[in-house]
Design a protein around this ligand. Structure first.
Ligand code: NMN
Length: 276
């Protein structure tokens, strides 16, 4: 399929519905999904739903709201209390399933309230290659990953987004802050806020892609390997700041940034059971 074929497939798949909610994060994938939905159905039949919760930063939420607003579409915001769910609170490997379950259930309530037909999200083909127990919750709740229905990969999304004139999406891929914590440890608001502060500080220093992974009171910093030397140039200052935030040990992961690093502690059996 050419890129034009993929775009046409996505548009005609969206046209099967009259009115849709787009689960919007402000990242490139859901920005493209939103743009195509508006093109297919007209902005009066499209709502951008943006969820806020303690597991994501307020900055990302604010950016997503600002971006959806510039796309001239009605924005619905909603708050989700993920920590009320015991699996999420204890950061079990199944928590990814539960986060998406709560998320799509909330989306479906909004589908009813706004007399829409379906929830569209921005998941792409590449997302199938990761450990994503949440995909099962998406399927159970009937949400449609509209870009996947058109066989779109990241490279297609980038090319099409550029052709559609989309440029101001949130460039750094975001993910629940629970990915910073060791599995089967309790997530507290204090611990999550500490990670937010530590990562915000590192971003201020100029590191866009960072993770502060937490094991007990140890902070393990991940930056892309080519930036490790730059990070070390600020070692003393970073150490002091993170100790002040309440960590006892401040360490650097010599492997560099690796998305999904916490999953290295899971056996293949555990993973397979959750993505069935
Ligand atoms: O980039 P980090 O912070 O490591 O987070 C990525 C990891 O988070 C992924 O490898 C995946 O295991 C997990 N995740 C799961 C879902 C899901 O199940 N829907 C969504 C986003 C992230």
């Amino acid at each position: 399929m050419t890129l034009t074929d993929k775009k046409n497939t996505a548009i005609s798949n969206i046209k099967k519905y009259n009115r849709v909610l787009v689960a919007f994060s402000g990242g490139i994938d859901s920005t493209l999904a939103l743009k195509l939905a508006i093109e297919a159905l007209g902005k009066e039949n499209v709502y951008a739903v943006i969820a806020n919760s303690v597991l994501f930063t307020n900055e990302e939420f604010d950016k997503a709201v600002a971006l959806a607003t510039t796309m001239d579409v009605e924005v619905i915001t909603t708050q989700i209390d993920y920590l009320a769910n015991a699996e999420i609170k204890h950061n079990t490997p199944a928590s990814w399933y539960w986060m998406k379950k709560l998320f799509y259930q909330r989306m479906n309530e909004l589908v009813g309230e706004y007399h829409a037909d379906v929830v569209l999200d921005g998941m792409i083909m590449d997302d199938n290659n990761d450990f994503r127990p949440g995909l099962r919750a998406r399927d159970e709740e009937g949400a449609i990953s509209i870009l996947q229905t058109a066989d779109m990969y990241k490279v297609d999304v980038r090319e099409l987004a550029a052709a559609e004139g989309l440029s101001n999406w949130n460039k750094v891929a975001s993910c629940s802050l629970s990915s910073r914590f060791a599995y089967n440890t309790e997530l507290t608001v204090d611990a999550i806020e500490r990670v937010k502060k530590a990562e915000a500080y590192l971003r201020e220093l100029g590191f866009a892609t960072i993770r502060v992974r937490v094991q007990d009171l140890t902070a393990r910093i991940e930056v892309p390997s080519e930036q490790i030397a730059d990070l070390l140039a600020h070692a003393e200052q970073i150490n002091r700041t993170l100790l002040e935030l309440g960590y006892q040990y401040v360490t650097l992961d010599l492997m560099g940034f690796k998305s999904g690093r916490m999953n290295d502690s899971l056996t293949s059996e555990t993973k397979a059971a959750l993505v069935k």
